[in-house]
Design a protein around this ligand. Structure first.
Ligand SMILES: N[C@@H](CCC(=O)N[C@@H](CS)C(=O)NCC(=O)O)C(=O)O
Length: 212
């Protein structure tokens, strides 16, 4: 199966997390950020992740793709994310944007390897309330909120030693968002959470979006 992705995309990271945890090998295709044609030809709009199943049919929506991958390995229906995880995610998305939007361009991600991709990113993401220079100036304030969120994630991941008791679907959500904020080096991470992120990144060969 093929998975069309951007490396920075949290919805793609959560699908990749689940596939790797289930040992399902996917051919990952990184779409140039400015390339509208490839996704439009596949599904009629510019969006990733897109899974192309073995029968050639495309599938959209990270949560549907994750349910599908789980159904390939297990004969139970995947559990929905916990309500606490969804509430955490709702608070986390604005912070992910504020940290990630002005920084991901500097990470040498494959979707941004061309000049046109940079321009398309800025044109698409830099709006008045998300001005990249202003966001960078507000780093200390944003980092405080991210640290509070990281502490909450550590509680919600419910570690027993170094292992989390959270479901696979919940883990994927936490990993995908925390990976995206890892690009800011001044964040103080709670110890167990940081250990888990580093171990998962290494074991799954799913690098955190780090600058450093
Ligand atoms: N609900 C979709 C959301 C997917 C989504 O928003 N993908 C973003 C990347 S993170 C995208 O393709 N945006 C188009 C763009 O940035 O041009 C899912 O869960 O898969």
């Amino acid at each position: 199966m093929k998975l069309y992705i951007y490396e920075h995309c949290p919805f793609c990271i959560r699908v990749r997390y689940v596939a790797k945890m289930l040992h399902i090998s996917l051919q990952e295709i990184i779409v140039d950020y400015h390339d509208k044609e490839t996704p439009i030809q596949l599904v009629g709009k510019k969006v990733v992740p897109i899974l192309i199943k073995d029968d050639g049919t495309p599938m959209l929506e990270s949560s549907d793709i994750i349910d599908y991958l789980i159904s390939l390995k297990h004969d139970y229906v995947a559990s929905a994310p916990a309500e606490t995880t969804l509430q955490w995610q709702k608070k986390a998305f604005p912070l992910l944007q504020r940290i990630g939007y002005p920084r991901w361009l500097s990470l040498n991600l494959a979707e941004f390897s061309k000049e046109e991709s940079h321009l398309a990113w800025v044109a698409n993401k830099q709006v008045a309330e998300l001005n990249f220079d202003h966001l960078l100036e507000q780093t200390a304030e944003i980092v405080k909120h991210v640290e509070a969120l990281a502490n909450e994630a550590e509680q919600l991941l419910n570690f027993n030693g170094t292992d989390t008791q959270a479901s696979l679907v919940d883990q994927a959500i936490y990993y995908s968002i925390l990976s995206g904020v890892s690009c800011e080096p001044t964040i103080n991470w709670p110890e167990k959470l940081q250990h888990w992120l580093n171990i998962q990144s290494e074991n799954l060969a799913l690098p955190l979006l780090k600058l450093y």
